[in-house]
Design a protein around this ligand. Structure first.
Ligand code: SAH
Ligand code: SF4
Length: 373
């Protein structure tokens, strides 16, 4: 039987929002209602994102009464690091416990030229946006236990801060490819992107922030209308409705034609090249015919294709095709003139694919095995 933690999130628990979920202008507007000096908002942002303190008490250039008042009004979001796997120069995985006991994970990926928005000297973080996932793709560990809740903006942004603190490294590329479906948590994800991108926040360029979606067509259009220059990756994993229907239930709601039309809208609205992610799963989506059709979709949209060999998930039957078959799929795409890469999955050995470390830890917690911290 599964153990459940009978507590609510820190935000709900205390009935107050986390200070790190607010934009600078919102902090300023809040302070204005209390007749505080206008420059106080920027001072607070500096404490949060430059000096990165862990409490209001440490904000020593604020008057004591303001610090106490802020502590009454807002919660202070911190993530507890439960586990770190991997080592320097390899993919590292971080397991965090949220205030309500839920577990989420982030992955720190060393410089890799083939990654979204990355160039050879960039460090990429893969962040989670939800606890679990409601979309239930058949191959994915994140959806196996269903959906628990959305992360708030602070819980998303704090993953970057916590990973930088724990690793001592500076992150300059962010992919929303951890646990959860980012576009199903639209408002918090957009807010988190703003904070990550802002000059007063983490100051990471929008072109180095990539949102990945399994294909929520209306939200893709909505994101296209947001004044953000972040990038978009589509988890395609199939070039026909037949293949996508088999492995991605979301395709029954938004079929390929609807999805590709939304992608087209995004690409033309933003004047950006989008990415198609395509996990290669043996005997499921790796037929040559799929490669030819995929090349056609990519050409029409000017999309770049990232092929990712499937990472096995304990308890699931899927596996990756042979290296030869992967290469053959890639060469068909290239014969059509498609810009495509084939990723040698980093971190395969430490279960780097989304949701896997959490699942493993949850399962061992459920069977009362003590955590290694
Ligand atoms: N929900 C969003 C973002 C999180 S998943 C989405 O689906 O796009 C991030 C990526 O990891 C997706 O492309 C997803 O299909 C992929 N993924 C999930 N399980 C995987 C596995 N076992 N091996 C390789 N990639 C996987
Ligand atoms: Fe959810 Fe993405 Fe996993 Fe599908 S691939 S279950 S949308 S996290």
């Amino acid at each position: 039987m599964k153990r459940r933690r009978d507590v609510t999130s820190p935000v709900q628990q205390a009935g107050k929002p986390s200070i790190q979920s607010l934009l600078l202008e919102e902090i300023a507007a809040h302070l204005a209602t209390q007749n505080q000096r206008p420059y106080r908002a920027k001072q607070i942002a500096d404490w949060l994102y430059e000096k990165r303190v862990n409490s209001f008490e440490e904000m020593t250039d604020l008057p004591q009464d303001l610090r106490s008042r802020l502590a009454d009004e807002f919660s202070f979001g911190n993530l507890e690091t439960v586990r770190v796997l991997g080592s320097e120069d390899t993919t590292r995985k971080f397991l965090f416990r949220l205030g309500d006991g839920n577990l989420i994970e982030s992955v720190l990926i060393p410089a890799s030229p083939s990654l979204y928005g990355s160039t050879s000297d960039r460090r990429t973080i893969c962040v989670s946006t939800q606890v679990g996932c409601a979309y239930g793709c058949k191959f994915c560990a994140s959806g196996l236990d269903g959906f628990s809740r959305n992360l708030d903006a602070s819980e998303i942004v704090q993953q970057l801060i916590a990973v930088e603190k724990a690793s001592g490294e500076r992150i300059d590329n962010v992919v929303f490819m951890g646990m959860g479906e980012p576009l199903a948590n639209f408002a918090n994800v957009v807010r988190a992107i703003r904070i990550i991108n802002a000059p007063w926040g983490l100051e990471i360029g929008a072109r180095h922030i990539t949102v990945s979606t399994s294909g929520l067509a209306p939200q893709i259009r909505k994101l296209a209308d947001e004044p953000l220059q972040s990038r978009l990756a589509i988890s395609l994993h199939g070039a026909t409705d037949e293949v996508r229907n088999k492995i991605m239930p979301v395709n029954r709601k938004y079929n390929l034609t609807t999805l590709l039309a939304a992608c087209d809208y995004y690409a033309s609205r933003k004047k950006q090249r989008i990415y198609f992610e395509y996990i290669l799963i043996a005997g499921v989506n790796d037929a040559e015919e799929q490669a030819h059709l995929l090349a056609g979709h990519a050409r029409r949209l000017g999309a770049k294709v990232n092929l990712i060999p499937y990472n096995t998930v304990e308890g699931l039957e899927w596996s990756r095709p042979s290296r030869e078959r992967q290469e053959r799929f890639l060469s068909i795409l290239r014969e059509h003139g498609t810009v495509a890469t084939l990723r040698r999955e980093k971190g395969h050995d430490i279960d780097a694919a989304c949701g896997q470390l959490r699942l493993q830890t949850k399962r061992s917690e459920d069977s009362a095995v003590t955590l290694v911290t």
